[in-house]
Design a protein around this ligand. Structure first.
Ligand code: SAM
Length: 284
């Protein structure tokens, strides 16, 4: 049965009404669902973790493969639908609850991928949770708001380029845009367009970073005041607590002109800035 007809049938049969507060916009386009499942299959995973399966738009094509599928859905009403839909599928496990509170340690690993049309109100916390789980995952196939996708894939010197870009670059070796989805691709239609991304995660942190803490502190400091020069942004970033002299020493050691704006620094320059900050904090 085509996805849009199945969704409509499930809605009526279970008398389901979507909740905006849970980011419930259900995919109607079956071609997109298949495309995303195929994009996940390219990681050749043993296990797929789905975030927010909803009415099963992605779960159905994902369940056609042999991998174990664990789907986290917070809405109890949808879990009833999903248990009914997948009652014959031994390899599909529906877990009711908040994905952000779930313990992923037994599910993560190089053979696991994360898939989801994300509930947009918690996109960043979801990325933080997935990126920071140990051991890591092989990758993610996700749908996010178009504007967030642009920030994730932004180039230096653009207004979209910021902490989120660098955060994702730190954890992902490769980020591809799979497709763009207009609001009508979902029911009910959200206000904004969406984009599907595939992120291939790194097995190890990027080369050359001496301290993850100092690296992210330097990134936050550089973007703390986007309208200021890098020098002034670093000086006034309260989280860094650096004197004017320390900021000059930092910029000299990193070899970066302090009259530039933070948003012009490429990833390698952030690595240099983070390492210089680490040295200053260590007193070396
Ligand atoms: N995957 C379905 C689709 O593509 O049609 C639904 C996507 S919808 C954008 C987001 C889904 O995430 C909804 O089913 C919603 O109930 C669920 N959700 C929202 N917050 C959640 C959370 N904290 N943990 C797990 N699921 C959540």
């Amino acid at each position: 049965m085509p996805l849009s007809r199945r969704t409509q049938w499930l809605r009526r049969h279970f008398d389901f009404r979507p909740r905006k507060s849970l980011g419930q916009n259900f995919l109607r386009d079956g071609h997109v669902a298949t495309h995303l499942a195929q994009a996940a299959a390219q990681f050749a995973p043993q296990r797929v973790i789905e975030i927010g399966p909803g009415l099963g738009a992605l779960t159905v094509p994902l369940a056609e493969s042999n991998w174990d599928l664990v789907a986290f859905e917070s809405d109890r009403r949808l879990c009833e639908v999903l248990h009914w839909l997948f009652s014959d599928c031994e390899q599909v496990e529906i877990r009711q609850g908040d994905f952000l509170a779930a313990d992923l340690t037994d599910l993560a690993g190089p053979d696991s991928v994360v898939v989801g049309n994300l509930p947009y109100y918690i996109t960043t916390p979801i990325l933080e949770k997935v990126f920071e789980t140990h051991p890591g995952f092989a990758g993610l196939v996700i749908t996010v708001q178009q504007e967030v996708a642009e920030r994730i894939r932004a180039q230096p010197g653009t207004k979209q380029y910021g902490s989120l870009t660098i955060f994702c670059r730190y954890y992902a070796a490769n980020i591809e845009r799979l497709t763009t989805l207009p609001p009508q691709a979902f029911w009910p239609s959200p206000q904004v367009s969406s984009a599907a991304l595939r992120l291939t995660l790194r097995a190890e942190p990027p080369d050359g970073i001496e301290s993850e803490t100092a690296f992210f502190a330097a990134v936050r400091g550089a973007f703390a005041h986007r309208r200021k020069t890098l020098r002034n942004s670093l000086k006034t970033a309260t989280l860094l607590e650096l004197s004017a002299e320390q900021v000059e020493a930092l910029l000299t050691e990193a070899g970066i002109d302090g009259s530039r704006r933070g948003e012009t620094l490429d990833f390698g320059e952030f690595v240099s800035l983070g390492n210089a900050l680490h040295d200053i904090r260590e007193g070396t």
